[in-house]
Design a protein around this ligand. Sequence first.
Ligand SMILES: Nc1ncnc2c1ncn2[C@@H]1O[C@H](COP(=O)(O)OP(=O)(O)OP(=O)(O)O)[C@@H](O)[C@H]1O
Ligand SMILES: O=C(O)C1=C[C@@H](O)[C@@H](O)[C@H](O)C1
Ligand SMILES: [Mg+2]
Length: 192
Amino acid sequence: MNAINAIVAFDNAMNELVMDEARGNIFLVGMMGAGKTTIGRLLAGFLKKTFYDSDREIQKRTGVSIPLIFEIEGEAGFRKRETEMLSELVKTRNIVLATGGGAVLSAQNREMLKQSGTVIYLRATVDDLWRRTRQDKNRPLLQTQDPRTKLLELYGQRDPLYQETAHIIVESGKRSARHLAQLLAQQLACSR
Ligand SMILES: Nc1ncnc2c1ncn2[C@@H]1O[C@H](COP(=O)(O)OP(=O)(O)OP(=O)(O)O)[C@@H](O)[C@H]1O
Ligand SMILES: O=C(O)C1=C[C@@H](O)[C@@H](O)[C@H](O)C1
Ligand SMILES: [Mg+2]
């Protein structure tokens, strides 16, 4: 696949096929701080789709924050809730969904996402991810002695899984969230 501006991997043939079977759904995957929530909301606005954020839906349903779920139920408890939430959300139509950063860890989740929508991997460098997340205490996995090293470790583990799940890979690079959302909206509109 050739580099097209910020969009580094956009396989049109595959995308047409995927869009046919995708019920109009777009699923964003990527690391914490990749911009899934920010870009997802903007993209939904441009494409006139309904925006959902899996983390937010879990918080709405449980009435507590993600860090508190991690504290009480551990990561395994959170992952179970995340899979339940994704199973519901993938059944809808015409949505843009920002998934949680760890959604791709489960093979079941990866398969569900691939089968029910066009999956976009928002890819960013560890330096950018670190800059965007370092001030934010809302990410339990980064509450360690050395969060930057943890981020690097998670990136190494997850980057192949995001790539495996995605139909489209977008390098977030130096572009603003708004500009990226605009580029994506244009590409997706063209491939319909
Ligand atoms: N392309 C971008 N350029 C500059 N800043 C960005 C970009 N994308 C996101 N940001 C900023 O980075 C921060 C994190 O973004 P966001 O919360 O959307 O990430 P996320 O992928 O949803 O993370 P999480 O998996 O933890 O929910 C926000 O402050 C957002 O404004
Ligand atoms: O990267 C992760 O594993 C996570 C990212 C967030 O979106 C939340 O889903 C939670 O903090 C876990
Ligand atoms: Mg988010």
